[in-house]
Design a protein around this ligand. Structure first.
Ligand code: CDP
Length: 232
């Protein structure tokens, strides 16, 4: 009997390698990969471009109705589309990074995103990364990973990422401060705060290469698949 595909939730702090791990896990397992952070970033880009006042819930509600987000895989790369426009680069800027956590505190926004995320994962066979995937979006996920890494390492990685994209006019202090600010807002918000689910496995990847964290996680996946098979 072939075993059905499981759901894998990857949560953790800002810039701690969630997307790198989730993407490579999905590729190795031939699962769907969804970057839930990209969705909050796309909403933020729309709010910035359209001067939406996030304190005005009527405006926010109307704006959310005008937003369509989808992902496209082109040549093994994932692209985020906002109202049919590829915004993959525009959602990764320091400006969007500065504004995304306040936007992600808004319940109207979260409700709409969570609904979409649950639809995307309805068939299983999905790896989704974010902040509330194991605690809210897929509470029953067969596997929940919670990533951590030191602030220094996370700052170094995000600086490198931005450098490769040609964003060079930002200091390590600014990057580090953005990560800390977001972690604080994300973990203290009322709606779906970032926290490790009770049944999540924590991985500190400060000293792991992307290949090492993938191998480490694939071992865990194999164990879960074996157990799921025995119990099915
Ligand atoms: O890649 P990075 O760790 O910088 O962040 P991201 O995954 O792109 O997420 C950007 C922001 O979206 C986070 O700081 C959260 O404020 C928000 N977010 C959220 O609230 N819930 C999620 N499931 C995913 C992201």
């Amino acid at each position: 009997m072939s075993i059905s595909k499981i759901t894998i939730a990857v949560d953790g702090y800002a810039a701690c390698g969630k997307s790198t791990l989730a993407k490579s896990l999905a590729k190795s397992l031939d699962y769907i990969y969804v970057d839930s952070g990209a969705m909050y970033r796309a909403v933020t880009l729309y709010f910035l471009d359209n001067n939406i006042d996030i304190n005005n819930s009527l405006h926010v509600e109307q704006a959310i109705k005008n937003i369509k987000i989808h992902f496209k895989n082109i040549n093994n790369n994932n692209y985020t589309f906002l109202n049919n426009v590829n915004v993959e680069d525009n959602i990764r800027t320091p400006q969007v990074s500065d504004f995304v956590s306040p936007v992600a505190t808004i319940s109207i926004v979260r409700k709409a995103m969570v609904r979409l995320q649950q639809l995307m994962g309805a068939q299983g066979g999905i790896v989704m990364d974010g902040r509330d995937i194991g605690t809210v979006v897929f509470k029953n996920a067969e596997l929940k990973l919670f990533l951590t890494a030191s602030l220094e390492e996370r700052t170094r990685r995000r600086m490198l990422e931005w450098e490769l994209k040609g964003i060079k006019n930002i200091t390590a202090r600014e990057v580090s401060s953005n990560l800390q600010k977001r972690d604080h807002i994300d973990s203290t918000r009322e709606d779906s705060p970032l926290r490790k689910a009770n049944d999540a496995i924590e991985i500190d990847n400060s000293d792991m290469t992307p290949e090492e964290q993938l191998a480490f996680s694939l071992d865990i996946v194999e164990n879960v698949l074996r157990k799921t098979k025995i119990n099915s």
